[in-house]
Design a protein around this ligand. Structure first.
Ligand code: MLC
Ligand code: AMP
Length: 499
């Protein structure tokens, strides 16, 4: 079953990527005009397009000076800031492959990324990380995003091709450790260009962005969209409902992108009506509960636009900008994107210029992620979908073992593998349980070791924290005598909630 309905204001032929089909060229072409236009704001104030271009150029000179080459990987991680965005764009302009990493990662998680991606440089703003990185690989050039590498001049810049890798984002890992999704310049351009068309994103728009810049939502949509269109963005480091409400007024914000947990917290704010000043509030990364969608409409007078995306594909589907935004659905395929629902399994398949080509170091061995047939190459999303009576796409479940908590992905196996090493735990399996605030929360079902003291939630979390980012830790423990298993001894994770 193929989805074909198109947002009314976009003709099928409108989806033409700006040549030469690289994110970098398209952004630079936009930003090189009207140089005094404000572009980025953080807690230190505004910078305009000219300053942004100049700073990215200077930093690219430093990359050359220390001997980095096109195609080298650079790990970047820090709180949202202008420095971070300059580092990101300088790397892309120079032809480096950016590896964005969640700052909540613990050393073992970082070590896996470093061993897999082999970055030659790291720009990081977290205490501890310099020491960790040096102990993992002493040859990596390290700096904060206030970069202190030697200066150098550069003549060749923006020399990237559409299929050059631009990003490696670590994700999934259902059968082990996270894999690095490799996104090309063209994938990133297609992702940002499709939402530009679908949401009528214009250069006089101002986005309020408190999503982290190491995931597709904040970076691939919020940041790349802004740089492509030449609009402006107010960056906030982390989410505080009060700061969002204040910024709407102060900065005349016209767009807000958030995960459902942010909307849940905003709905509790006494001045929630201020959201009505924003022309477009977008939700994604996890399902927005229809009850919350309706509550925001009633109390703030806004129709949140829900869309569906994925690290491997940037954005896939969106409710219409014009036309009914239906709670509980993610709308229609975005411009340039083809979506299909596999008949037997109900799995959502996707193809288009936004779809990545494979995982780092696994391009030749990965047989499972794509389906090749007479209609082309389709990526298996691992999500299950169906169409409602009006052709809107509904995500009805997941084939993949994944918990989404507050928009962050948690792979149950990764958590099981750490918790089982706790001496007080004989058997363990974690699963997601519905939560109003987080969407899903991580719960661990534990068979305690008979010889040891019964572990408490605090001891289990403190133990897990040494190896895992805090959002992966269980929020609740359920002590059981046994875990549900099939005849082969495999834990039946979906039955845990009955226990
Ligand atoms: C933080 N914590 C979380 C958590 N985020 N726990 C569970 N789930 C989460 N998402 C931990 C903190 O480390 C802390 O642990 C404790 O919970 C309390 O933190 P908090 O202060 O309440 O949380 P906060 O820092 O406010 O973060 C909540 C949040 C954040 C919603 C703002 O999680 C967030 O920015 N989420 C967005 C993630 C995102 O960008 N996803 C897009 C993926 S791209 P402790 O123990 O230290 O106290 C993608 C594709 C697409 O999915 O479609 O977009
Ligand atoms: P990530 O791997 O972090 O990019 O997360 C992608 C996953 O988030 C998708 O495969 C979906 O399972 C989920 N997702 C993103 N947007 C939505 C949405 N609007 N509704 C439901 N699930 C979503």
């Amino acid at each position: 079953m193929s989805l074909s309905k198109w947002p009314q204001h976009i003709g099928k032929n409108d989806f033409v990527l700006p040549t030469p089909e690289t994110l970098v060229s398209a952004c630079i072409s936009t930003l090189s005009k009207n140089l005094s236009s404000p572009l980025l704001h953080d807690s230190r104030g505004w910078i305009n397009r000219e300053e942004f271009l100049q700073r990215t150029l200077e930093l690219a000179g430093s990359f050359k000076q220390i001997g980095l080459c096109k195609g080298d990987r650079i790990l970047i991680s820090g709180p949202s800031s202008i420095n971070l965005t300059v580092a990101h764009m300088a790397a892309l302009r120079f032809g480096l492959i950016v590896v964005p990493v969640n700052g909540l990662y613990q050393k073992a998680e970082l070590e896996h990324v470093i061993n897999d991606a082999s970055p030659r440089a790291a720009l990081i703003d977290h205490p501890n990380w310099e020491e960790w990185i040096k102990s993992i690989n002493p040859n990596i050039f390290i700096s904060t995003t206030e970069v202190n590498f030697p200066k150098g001049s550069i003549t060749k810049i923006d020399q990237v091709e559409p299929h050059d890798p631009a990003l490696i984002v670590y994700t999934s890992g259902t059968t082990g450790k996270p894999k690095g999704a490799v996104l090309s310049q063209k994938n990133l351009l297609a992702g940002a260009h499709s939402v530009r068309l679908a949401w009528q994103w214009k250069k006089n728009d101002r986005l309020l962005l408190c999503l982290p810049l190491f995931h597709m939502h904040g970076m691939g949509v919020g940041l790349h969209g802004t740089l492509l269109i030449g609009s402006s963005v107010v960056l906030q480091n982390g989410f505080q409902a009060e700061e969002v409400i204040q910024a709407i007024q102060e900065h005349q914000v016209s767009m807000f992108f958030g995960v459902p947990t942010m909307y849940h917290r905003l709905a509790e704010h006494p001045r929630i009506q201020k959201l009505a000043k924003i022309r477009l509030c977008v939700s994604g990364s996890a399902p927005l509960a229809p009850s919350l969608h309706k509550r925001l409409n009633k109390e703030a007078g806004i129709q949140v636009l829900e869309r569906y995306g994925m690290t491997e594909t940037v954005m896939l589907a969106s409710n219409p900008y014009l036309g009914e935004r239906k709670p509980g659905t993610v709308g229609f395929p975005l411009p340039g994107v083809k979506i299909d629902i596999e008949k037997q399994s109900g799995e959502i398949l996707v193809s288009g210029p936004n779809v990545f080509n494979g995982y780092w170091n696994r391009l030749d061995t990965d047989q499972e992620s794509f389906v090749d047939n007479s209609t082309g190459r389709w990526f298996r999303t691992g999500d299950l979908g169906k169409l409602d009576e009006d052709g809107y796409l509904e995500i009805v479940g997941r084939k993949k073992e994944l918990i989404i908590s507050g928009g962050y992905n948690v792979y149950p196996r990764e958590v099981d593998d750490v918790l089982i090493t706790h001496p007080g735990i004989e058997q363990v399996a974690v699963a997601g349980v519905p939560s109003e605030e987080w969407g899903e929360e991580v719960v661990a079902w534990i068979v305690p070791s008979p010889q040891e003291k019964l572990p408490s939630l605090k001891t289990v979390r403190d133990f897990g924290r040494q190896h895992l980012a805090a959002y992966k830790l269980p929020q609740r423990l359920v002590i059981v005598d046994d875990l549900p298993r099939n005849a082969l001894g495999k834990v039946l994770r979906h039955e845990l909630r009955e226990y």
